[in-house]
Design a binder for this molecule. Sequence first.
Ligand code: NAD
Length: 364
Amino acid sequence: MSHTIDVPISYQQDYRIHIGNNLWDQITEFCAGRYSPRRAFAVVDEKVYRLHADRISAGLNSYFDQVGTYVVPEGEKSKSSTQWQQVVDFVLEQGAERGTPLFAVGGGVTGDLAGFAASSALRGLPLVHLPTSLLAMVDSSIGGKTGINHKVGKNLVGAFYQPDAVFADTRFLETLEKQEWINGLSEILKYGAIHSPEIFETASELVSGAGFQPTEKWTDLIAQSASIKVEIVEEDTLEAGVRAFLNFGHTFAHAIEKEAGYGKISHGQAVFAGMIAAVYASTQLGAHINSTRFETFKPLYPIKLYELVPQMDKLIRAMKTDKKVKDGNIRLILLDEWGSPYIYPCEDTGLIEAAWSFAYKQFS
Ligand code: NAD
């Protein structure tokens, strides 16, 4: 079964997210109703290209006469000004016009990079996301954030730029490595914590049952997760309020990633540890919840916090310099109860220290 979710951005503009197994007919139909068949661009993750080039080119060439393909080297380092420049050079030198669509085919790295290139070349080319990692399907392809990293920090250069459509074809997940499924799973569990606690049970059944295969039940869970992100982003397109809830666990996670050194721990692993710290901080402020809901998933996250960051005070310092700090306060996303998040401007580093101590014990 496939799912569609409508994403209203304003009364003038909306787009649709399609989620299902093998969506090429729907992609062709969408393109035929929207774009000239003359030309399109595909910006494709290197590994995805290696594994799926035939399907991608057959799919896009079934409608477009010419498809210019730019292959993005795999990995976070590609979210760079150099890669952005090369994508823009490529599309301009190949004669992009204002209406030439650009397809971003890959995980969050390719989506963020290609999305930013689409937002800036000719002041905006039509963008279509074809997310291929679990994380990109449930998170990064939704919400319009695009961008690249800067030497000062991650995601510091970019634009809010909405796509014309998102097609999450779960067939791509057949080749996704287990570690990348686990990365995406952290964001799914986040939706469980901040919105729909029943996700914990569904995810637990999937992990212990079918495992990491794109079954119909996984497709349903991806669609449920995407709808939650849509619901939150729809309320707060430019991240002025409730969108911050999506950062549950992330302020802690960013500190681990930064202090361990980017690449030493995956984002998903750091988010999992960060969520455990955030649940603990919530309980210290009176919430009657505990981290047992996360326990089932702990074996998937063999994190050694002491080895990654031996000095806890470095993590606290890193949190104070997070870009989401406001008026000097660390803005934590905490829970009143499962499914009920709130923003807590934290003046008390004692609370943060206690949360880290708990996380260090959990991941020793
Ligand atoms: P990624 O794009 O690096 O993909 C992870 C790995 O999976 C890569 O090695 C890639 O080659 C591989 N891969 C992707 N699809 C595959 C497939 N179908 N088969 C086999 N391998 C495949 O990373 P990611 O986890 O998808 O995304 C992380 C990025 O997303 C980060 O840069 C993060 O900042 C960004 N992000 C953006 C937003 C947003 O709102 N824009 C939200 C969350 C994360």
